[in-house]
Design a protein around this ligand. Sequence first.
Ligand SMILES: [Zn+2]
Length: 448
Amino acid sequence: MEIEIATIGGYEEVGRQMTAVRAGDDVVVFDMGLNLSQVLIHDNVETEQMHSLDLIDMGAIPDDRVMSELEGDVQAIVPTHGHLDHIGALSKLAHRYNAPIVASPFTLELVKDEIESEQKFGVENDLVEMEAGETMPIGERCELEFVHVTHSIIDAINPVLHTPEGAIVYGLDKRLDHDPVLEDPIDMKRFREIGREDEGVLAYIEDTTNAGRKGRTASESVARRELQDTIHSMEDYDGGIVATTFSSHVSRVSSIIEFAQEIGREPILLGRSMERYSGTAERMGRVNFPDNLGMFGHRKSVDRAFKRIMNEGKENFLPIVTGHQGEPRAMLTRMGRGETPYDIESGDKVIFSARVIPEPTNEGQRYQSEQLLRMQGARIYDDIHVSGHLREEGHYEMLNALQPQHVIPAHHDLEHFGKYARLAKSEGYEIGRDLHLSDNGNIIQLVE
Ligand SMILES: [Zn+2]
């Protein structure tokens, strides 16, 4: 059976991930993501209104025109988890393919939101829910399987396409977490089985975000313990404490909520995306928030919540807000600019449970946001965080578990692929033979 892999997006950047695998006459697409930084550098761009080709020209969504060179029919579009760089282009591209979108339950809910807010295209692909551990047939001879992985959002999976030539494992976005919060540990047992059964693994597409970083990525429980220690250290403080983190990181949000309560403060979630992700997880029964936890997204209800906090005393609350990267329109940035009824006073604590995404726009915005907060006397606690992506030892573990014939680095650019390539070479892989460094828009032929 002929096997080809099209590296469509996310091979020259972090963002707009998209990869397609052709096995005989059947094609499966993994991820259709958005490169948000390409959107944010333009002022006032409303992507909901925009046409796909304009977004492709901006570098915001994958240039999927290479799909016409794959001689097969798309049987499934598979977003691996709910981050925008993996699902953000579905509303712009999925309608061009006559295939279902297959995703884990939480991811699928977020995909539905994306499709509903789309204004340019009617996306009518079937939406199929599939849990980790389940499989579905692809054409007559292949099978799609979801393996549970741990990442900075719940319900992440690594899809595996089983073909007569061996398995193709799409390994994007995970860390090997054996003690996560809210979820089961990563299913390494299944990866080891896949590496040893039938034809073994033909190809492994690997997440190289942290390539070149030594050691292992720490577990989410490490970030949780550090948060616990930090928030408990503020127990006697009788002024304002504010926390911010990735709103999609429901496990992290739930840890902050828990510790806020432990020091006798009422947690309140503020900001549109805070309300969206946590609200979805709560409705699905995926998290146990306290009864009547306040979650407010719209400007008026947020302002009302802030007024209540100021009336009843800041010392009784712990607002958890958007704005960990200093995004200009996010809640924490507006608080720093004095645009909300919440007064930040000298000595107030601001906890960033996030690391700055190393990219000039983010770094500049985050600097600005922190300075605004500091000018009012706020004290900053930063980097209370663990990465969602594996480091060198994780890469070694995955290569050992899967024993893949071919390796394809992804989820960054050539510079990072080079760092990963050095590691893969130490495990016996060779560039040009079984280690494939690829750009956006290429097709790698694995079996002719
Ligand atoms: Zn991700």
